[in-house]
Design a protein around this ligand. Structure first.
Ligand code: SAM
Length: 219
């Protein structure tokens, strides 16, 4: 929308970053990737949330071309790292090229494969807890990813889930859309989890009417 474009121009000027985020979107388009990255204002929100939570270890589930990865990587302090998981080799290849071009390759570990399998491996390997997790892959697997995130975080960690409003379709309890059903199951699972507190914010703009769930792990 026009308002979103104006806000993006005004607010993204405060990025304090040398990264040309638009060039990542252009490269994705040229490579034929679907335009399902977060919006610029959502990217900025992710960057801010990483900074506000002082996260050093970030986990992303669903890389695409690395657009949200780049926003989060630029919110990290010195020595911070994003581990991002992607199943599609073409998407991962474009992301690797974009992140290298942006000078962010040394802050990002890109893992190619099925997220559920890679997350299980991380749990079995007892990796250090992540401070911040962004869940943005296949929506029917949302509960699986949230449950893995609970095992891969610590009290005080933040988990953000994308696409929880879906143009209001989230309210349709009769839906047969697997993405909506997966998101409804995810929100119920978060609501039933006693170890977290959570909210959802709606976003309206260039990417339509959608939203983020924001979760704090309490214990
Ligand atoms: N976070 C990205 C951004 O904002 O720039 C957008 C991610 S896109 C919405 C979802 C990505 O998840 C796609 O690239 C897709 O290939 C990937 N994906 C889907 N199913 C997956 C799975 N089972 N394991 C890992 N990645 C998966």
């Amino acid at each position: 929308s026009e308002i979103d474009s104006v806000l993006s121009k005004l607010l993204l000027a405060t990025s304090n970053s040398a990264i040309d985020f638009d060039s990542i979107i252009d490269a994705n388009h040229k490579a034929g990737l679907p335009a399902i990255d977060v919006s610029p204002l959502q990217g900025k929100l992710l960057q801010l949330l990483v900074q506000i939570s002082a996260a050093k270890r970030v986990l992303e589930i669903g890389t695409l071309g690395g657009y949200s990865t780049a926003w989060m990587a630029t919110g990290l302090p010195e020595g911070g790292r994003v581990t991002t998981v992607e199943v599609n080799a073409t998407h991962a290849g474009v992301a690797a090229s974009n992140l290298k071009e942006a000078g962010l390759a040394d802050r990002v570990t890109l893992r190619l494969g099925q997220a559920a399998k890679i997350l299980d491996e991380m749990i079995n390997d007892d990796v250090d807890p992540f401070d911040f997790v962004f869940i943005d892959a296949d929506k029917p697997s949302g509960v699986t990813y949230f449950e893995a995130a609970m095992k891969l975080t610590r009290p005080g960690s933040v988990v953000v889930c994308d696409n929880v409003v879906r143009s209001g379709q989230i309210l349709d309890l009769e839906t047969d859309d697997p993405d909506v059903i997966g998101t409804q199951q995810l929100l119920r699972r978060i609501a039933d989890e006693p170890r977290v507190c959570a909210t959802a914010i709606q976003t309206v703009g260039q990417k339509g009417h959608d939203g983020f769930a924001i979760v704090r792990v309490n214990s």
